[in-house]
Design a protein around this ligand. Sequence first.
Ligand code: V47
Ligand code: SF4
Length: 366
Amino acid sequence: MNELLDYINDPDIRKIAGKIIADTRISPEDGLLLFTKAGLPLLGMLTGIVRRRKNNGFAYYIRNFHIEPTNKCVYNCRFCSYHKSSSDPDSWEYSHEQMLEIVMKFNDKEVSEAHIVGGVHPSYDLHYYGSLIKKIRQLRPSLHIKAFSAPELDYMIKLTGMTVEEGLYRLKEYGLDSIPGGGAEIFDEKLRAEICNEKTSSESWLSIHETAHKLGIPSNATMLYGHFETYAHRIDHMERLRKLQDRTGGFNAFIPLKFKKANNSMSYLGEVSIIEDLRNYAVSRIYLDNIQHIKAYWPMTGKAAAQLSLSFGADDLDGTIDDTTRIYSMAGAEEQNPVMTTDEICKLIADAGFEPVERDSLYNRI
Ligand code: V47
Ligand code: SF4
């Protein structure tokens, strides 16, 4: 392994590579240097070491489906292609019955997770969503319910007049199992004010996840990249997550979300290249040494890029999805009807040189 160090000319990068090989935590300054000075081939080798150490040659997937209760949203994030105002003819809001019908469509299918997220609806409170979860649980008791991003939770809990702790406790009683990673965007306050001024602050996002972890509700974390942010903003974002994870250990996975340009008011920015995506996966895998899994969400990346990301730190491709999400197709993703059979997902993983492992929501092998 030390031979690898002999080929690195830059003394700063050689020192950081030494730390990575020795399994020593890298600093924010090191993270920034990796982003700015390390070439992609070297990042691939270094992240390969970390990935093997953490997840061997395994690549995980899950049989899941999404429910998107509504695309009506009280907020107006500039990057979002999904939300609509209540008066918009393209807006929707499903009744409980309609959402239970979606669950029943999977009656004869082996699915282990329902992922429920949508817009922040102006009038749906915690009890509206809590009773939905309870009905889903009655219908399919073994299903893991991963639901509601921190901004949705923040709003529905406030509407009900509870504290975050009371609200999350109540939702857990209703049957909530875990929380997805959405709404984190980018934590830098100045940048956040430019792209999603109105919604849940970075401090609140982190505090909602910390409270959830303390109540025994695990969660995921995301980062929206490829817009106005600098590498320093990305490192700052990951540093805040790494610190929280040191305290709680409650994050299961980190999911980098690349800004997609279609149908939103930041379209003029365009999209970053796949090289940038791979660099970002690699540095994330190295930096977030206390988060076990890095997810490449294939409905967003496309199948080929997700496959490639497995060699740059990602170890999880999310799931079969079964054409139940619109968030990324509305933002211009190439997968307009995201669906993959388990055979397809396994082949995709095996073709990339990894061993497919079906998992449950908590990454237990099925
Ligand atoms: O928070 C919205 C993002 C997120 C765009 O936890 C956009 O397993 C790119 O969080 N370009 C919601 N991104 C999706 C999400 C998620 C997805 C998959 C798995 C999990 C998980 C969580 O989508 C939002 C926002 O960051 N988003 N618009 C866009 N134009
Ligand atoms: Fe609403 Fe979420 Fe879209 Fe923001 S990203 S406008 S909170 S649906």
